[in-house]
Design a protein around this ligand. Structure first.
Ligand code: CTP
Length: 234
């Protein structure tokens, strides 16, 4: 005859299993942040004004919401976010590799990084010496990582992009939402001093593929990040 376990032992087992299940079921989110750098000689590169603040704020908000967070970051001046998996990259090609190799297992992917659209065709060995006259750099397109993610998107994954615009904000953002097969696009006017690249605050409009259009008014990037996450994860 089987002996019955004491009640406290059964309760403990239940708690351990419950904890294990909760751990195993933690939803996974990948966020990108910051600029990329496209080298053209040993000491010079092409880049942009992104500081990574919005992406890092999103990573913190996702961690606080209980997500298993991977943050793929370009070179920025920010401290690593505690409690998340940090992946540091430099170029658009490295970001593409880091993101595409991990994205199939992700429940949510948010591309907040300002990825360079062009890179120099030739990279000089060593530091290039100046010569008389002008210099022309030949540039080639980088991969559009978000568009690739849109093509390989697994069933049920939520894919989110940012649209950094100086003109025709909503029109351009809506075009990217559709072209890149996204669930949400965060339209970000980067022509104003209180929002966009490098600022402590931001204001965005969220466009959903279901036609939703949500204005998130000016606030700290932490508040904007929490609102974006709450909306897309609802
Ligand atoms: N993006 C990307 N790979 C690139 C360029 C952009 O994944 N090579 C992503 C960005 O991370 C962002 C979205 O695409 O989530 C839109 O980026 P944005 O710079 O606003 O627009 P582009 O697609 O580059 O288009 P355009 O330069 O015409 O505005």
């Amino acid at each position: 005859m089987r002996r019955r376990r004491p009640l406290f032992f059964s309760l403990k087992l239940f708690a351990v299993n419950f904890h294990k299940r909760e751990y195993m079921m933690k939803r996974k989110i990948l966020i990108t942040a910051g600029p990329t750098r496209e080298k053209w000689d040993a000491v010079r590169f092409l880049s942009n004004r992104s500081t990574g603040k919005m992406g890092y704020a999103l990573a913190e908000a996702a961690r606080d919401a209980g997500y298993d967070v991977t943050l793929v970051s370009g070179p920025v001046d920010l401290a690593p976010v505690e409690g998340v998996t940090m992946v540091k990259i430099e170029s658009a090609a490295e970001m593409a590799e880091a993101v595409k190799s991990r994205s199939p297992e992700m429940d949510v992917v948010i591309m907040a990084a300002a990825v360079a659209d062009y890179r120099p065709v030739h990279i000089h060995q060593g530091k290039m010496k100046k010569l008389p006259g002008n210099l022309t750099l030949e540039l080639e397109r980088t991969e559009d990582i978000l568009a690739s993610l849109g093509q390989m998107k697994p069933e049920g994954q939520i894919l989110v992009g940012f649209a950094a615009e100086t003109d025709d904000l909503l029109l351009n953002a809506a075009g990217k939402l559709q072209r890149k097969n996204l669930d949400w696009i965060i339209a970000n006017d980067v022509s104003k001093p209180d929002r966009g690249f490098g600022t402590a605050t931001n204001a965005v409009t969220m466009l959903g593929k279901d036609g939703r259009n949500i204005d998130v008014p000016l606030a700290s990037k932490a508040v904007i990040a929490a609102t974006i996450l709450e909306t897309i994860l609802a």
